[in-house]
Design a protein around this ligand. Structure first.
Ligand SMILES: *Cc1c(COP(=O)(O)O)cnc(C)c1O
Length: 401
């Protein structure tokens, strides 16, 4: 069968608008399309392929588990899930793990747990969930409503209730919004989809303090920031504050679908038998791959390597900007970086992405004004150099019209 991009329009629901390129093979941070054209991957499947493509540790884990047992359902537990949960709790503030299959599902579980906890412990008036404008938490109806872009949640009828938003980094407004009726605050410890926006120190500490003051649970959505992305295993560890519930997905499986919600024993106790669940959550195949990814990423050398690579990217962007004057700033942390376009190129992030693809570079956008880069955490240094040189050519194309 002839498989072309045109077939997409014939057989797929039109909710995506994928690139004309159809990749068929990847190795490390290089990818090849149907025609044999090679790409350097600075996108990493949107912060998912934390170890690049077909990393031997992940391929081995998949093959080994694939010949043992694939699926059981939660009627029975399994060894990979228990080993992974033990490693995750050993490495974080959390005592307990709930496995899901995606970021949205992990967040859905976190929000349901927070509501149940508040109902059990504080009574039925404590339902308010506060989240932040431009935040992104997934596409289920609850999570998209908690997300801070009404455009994504409008048009589907009545929404889940008692959800309020304010601006990220606006502590004064947040302080006016939070009260003893607040059940939980959900936030990204660095906004990804919203444009690569870091929290100020004052804001993040202030949010934690106000949650404590009003007995509200603080939920960190680390779906994009987690598993080494910012140079710490989880971003909270680099910020000096600890959430009550944390969600993780994307890089957790290194490309195999898995998500998790982690929390303390005291909070977890409220997700009693039968209150929540998932057929695939904790699937042995997913957990075996995630365990290999977790073991590989959670080492001093990989985490230190993220910071080393961040510097190479920042130096490269600075050199390109010196020549072409296109960015107003480089935002982000670790290998979650955003090149913000200056006023001359306002709103043209997609043009840079398309030019990059032409020059054999996979990149991303975050909104219309930020070019986003979320490469493999172990991208070879020479691939960074080569990718930056391709990016420079793309920038030159856009600048020269
Ligand atoms: C990608 C993302 C999600 C949604 O994850 P899915 O696996 O697509 O459901 C949620 N939160 C954040 C911060 C994300 O970046």
């Amino acid at each position: 069968m002839q498989v072309t991009r045109d077939l997409f329009n014939d057989v797929m629901v039109p909710n995506y608008n994928p690139s004309a390129v159809i990749p068929v093979r990847g190795e490390g941070s290089r990818v090849w399309d149907q025609t044999g054209k090679e790409f350097i991957d600075f996108a990493g499947g949107i912060a998912v392929n934390c170890l690049g493509h077909c990393h031997p540790a992940l391929v081995n884990a998949l093959k080994e588990q694939g010949e043992k047992i694939w699926h059981l359902s939660n009627v029975m537990t399994n060894e990979p899930a228990l080993r992974l949960a033990k490693k995750m709790t050993d490495a974080t503030f959390a005592d307990k793990v709930y496995f899901a299959n995606s970021g949205a599902e992990a967040n859905e579980a976190a929000l349901k747990l927070a509501r149940r906890f508040a109902l059990d412990v504080h009574g039925e008036d404590k339902t308010q969930i506060i989240a932040f404008n431009k935040g992104f938490h997934g596409r289920t109806f609850f999570t998209v409503t908690v997300g801070g872009q009404a455009a994504y949640s409008d048009g589907f009828g009545p929404k889940p209730e008692a959800i309020d938003h304010c601006d990220y980094n606006d502590l004064d407004t947040f302080e006016k919004l939070i009260s003893d009726k607040t059940c939980a605050v959900m936030m990204e410890p660095l906004q990804g989809e919203g444009g690569i926006i870091s929290p100020t120190n004052e804001f993040i500490k202030g949010v934690r303090d106000l949650c404590d003051k009003h007995n509200a649970l603080l939920i960190f959505d680390e779906v994009q920031t987690g598993v080494g992305r910012t140079g710490s295993l989880y971003a909270y560890q680099g910020l000096g504050i600890t959430p009550d519930i944390l969600t993780t997905a994307k890089a957790l499986g290194g490309g195999f679908p898995i998500g998790a919600m982690i929390t303390t024993s005291a909070i977890a106790a409220h997700l009693k038998i039968g209150t929540h669940g998932s057929t695939y959550g904790g699937n042995p195949l997913a957990c075996a791959v995630a365990e290999a990814a977790f073991d590989t990423v959670n080492t001093d050398s990989v985490l230190a390597g993220v910071k080393e690579r961040e510097q190479l990217f920042r130096d490269g962007f600075a050199a390109i900007n010196e020549k072409y004057d296109v960015f107003s700033e480089i935002r982000g942390k670790g290998l979650l970086l955003g090149a913000v376009l200056n006023s001359k190129f306002e709103g043209r992030a997609r043009d840079f992405l398309i030019a990059s693809t032409e020059h054999g570079l996979m990149s991303l956008v975050a909104g219309t004004n930020v070019i986003r880069f979320t490469p493999s955490l172990v991208i070879p240094l020479e691939d960074i150099k080569e990718g930056l040189s391709r990016f420079e050519k793309a920038v030159a194309d856009v600048v020269n019209g």
